[in-house]
Design a protein around this ligand. Structure first.
Ligand code: PGA
Length: 225
């Protein structure tokens, strides 16, 4: 059985209070966590939610890992407003790098993303590196690649499992076989058809991760292969 990763990206959503309510709901649902040997659930939250959620996840043994959605390309120092990879140690296991919204709204370049990936790696954290087509560059230190076609993000339109699998097979061959997640309007209704494909190792989920119940049913359906 292949390893399957279901990663959530909350983007700029949820106050601390809302994030705690989400984790409490997820915990009660997780009593029915799928019996699948190699299923990993990662929830990438706003920085402010990491500390309170980490305490709860650790103390109450909730079956998920936490991630951040970005990181500074620098180490600590005079960089007002930046959160470094070192600051995330002990709070997050994962960091999303190069999401198309960051490339688009914050003008992040390949050079910035290479630097961020290196900082994540040096801090002993793992990266989920986003690209929107098979020709975009991926730094060697990346742990997981996410293929997210631009037209599919937040639109309700999903790539076909066959086309996604084809593109992701190319990405896999170019990156030495790294796991590749599909992202773009994944829901509990379409996740199984995607994850069933040989080159699709899981999904990166935006909108459908915001409500704990819908996200949990997506997690359950991801292993109904
Ligand atoms: P979506 O977002 O699931 O809302 O389309 C995916 C993403 O941007 O990672």
């Amino acid at each position: 059985m292949k390893k399957i990763t279901v990663a959530a990206n909350w983007k700029s959503n949820k106050t601390v209070t809302e994030s705690i309510a989400w984790i409490r709901s997820f915990k009660s649902l997780a009593q029915n966590f799928p019996d699948y040997p190699d299923l990993g659930v990662i929830v990438c939250v706003p920085y402010i939610d990491l500390y309170p959620l980490k305490q709860i996840v650790q103390d109450e043994k909730i079956p998920l890992q936490l991630g951040a959605q970005d990181v500074s390309p620098f180490v600590s120092g005079a960089y007002t407003g930046q959160i470094t990879a070192g600051m995330l140690q002990g709070l997050a296991d994962w960091v999303i790098v190069g999401h198309s919204e960051r490339r688009n709204y914050f003008h992040e370049t390949d050079a910035d993303l290479t630097q961020k990936t290196a900082k994540i790696h040096e801090a002993g954290l793992k990266s989920i590196f986003c690209i929107s087509d098979e020709n975009m560059s991926v730094p060697g230190e990346v742990d997981i690649v996410a293929y997210e076609p631009l037209w599919a993000i937040g639109t309700g339109k999903t790539d076909t499992p066959e086309n996604a699998d084809h593109v992701m097979g190319i990405i896999k061959s170019k990156t030495g076989g790294k796991p590749v997640l599909y992202g773009g309007s994944v829901k509990s209704e379409n996740v199984a058809a995607l994850v069933k494909m040989p080159s699709i190792d899981g999904v990166l989920v935006g909108g459908a991760s915001l409500e704990a119940g819908s996200f949990f049913s997506l997690v359950q359906n991801s292993v109904k292969l």
